[in-house]
Design a protein around this ligand. Structure first.
Ligand code: NAP
Length: 254
């Protein structure tokens, strides 16, 4: 019996990287998954792969920073599957990099909207749906950047991701009595398309790997295992946490 048998889970940012690996793992563990991102064709490929493995999945394409989409995602989940138990709100972007004086307000706003306002919108519609299922697990993908490490040039990203931790703590307090757990997952460097945008030469990849105590970055599948932990009853007494899954990048000093 899988860890998410009879559960319905939303996974955003599922067209690539950590989200795609997590959607596949959740489905393997018995969840019905509703996968979201902007690229419909990539979601279609994922749904086919999950169904070929005997799982159940539905794609809902759209922009997580758009309130209509946040509502539609929950509405379609409930209309099709009747309940919502888990939401892994993972879609995110690195966005504009560089010194703050050189960053435009539009660049700042894009990162805050995609990474942080999206979480507010997700919570706004997902929490009532989970409440009517008798409880659930809400998860946001944050990062060590802006939590345990300052990284030059990443002001908007760090601010948006640190904001998720504050949101997590407040929601955990508000919804603990309703049996809804709320946690932030803080991956270290993970080998995905987004990470390769940041480090796109062998030297840069080696530099990033070396920042970690383990001298390597994660595979998306390793981060997915931690999302599964937070989604499942294995973490039944964990709420309000900022769970570092970072290969020791936060404590490494060499
Ligand atoms: P990725 O491979 O680039 O995937 C990002 C996902 O987010 C894609 O599915 C993308 O889909 C989706 N997305 C981006 N903007 C969106 C929007 N406005 N609306 C809907 N979906 C959107 O990145 P990743 O590395 O897997 O990152 C996943 C999460 O982990 C992010 O929140 C990231 O900040 C966080 N994280 C990553 C690392 C790392 O080293 N990789 C480390 C710490 C934290 P579409 O393009 O199809 O919309």
């Amino acid at each position: 019996m899988g860890a998410l048998e009879n559960k319905v889970a939303i996974v955003t940012g599922a067209s690539a990287g950590i989200g795609r690996a997590t959607a596949r793992l959740f489905a393997k563990e018995g969840a019905t998954v509703v996968v979201a991102a902007r690229r419909e064709s990539e979601l279609g490929v994922l749904v086919d792969a999950i169904q070929e493995e005997g799982g159940q999945a539905l794609a809902v394409a759209g922009d997580v920073g758009d309130e209509h989409f946040a509502r539609k995602l929950v509405d379609e989940t409930l209309a099709r599957f009747g309940q919502l138990d888990v939401a892994f709100n993972n879609a995110g972007i690195l966005g504009a990099m560089g010194p703050v004086p050189e960053m435009s307000l539009a660049e700042w706003d894009q990162v805050i909207t995609t990474n942080l306002t999206s979480a507010f919108l997700a919570a706004k519609y997902q929490l009532p749906a989970m409440g009517s299922a008798g409880g659930g697990s809400l998860i946001f993908t944050s990062t060590f950047v802006g939590y345990s490490a300052g990284m030059p040039g990443m002001a908007a990203y760090a601010a948006s991701k640190a904001g998720l931790i504050g949101l997590t703590q407040v929601l955990a307090c508000e919804y603990g009595p309703h049996n809804i757990r709320v946690n932030a997952l803080l991956p270290g460097g993970t080998d995905t398309a987004a990470a390769r945008e940041f480090a796109n030469t062998p030297e840069a990849l080696a530099f990033v790997a070396n920042l970690h105590a383990m001298k390597r970055t994660a595979k998306p599948e390793e981060i997915a295992q931690s999302a599964l932990y937070l989604a499942s009853d294995a973490s039944s007494f964990t709420t309000g946490s900022a769970l570092l899954v970072d290969g020791g990048v936060s404590i490494n000093r060499v």
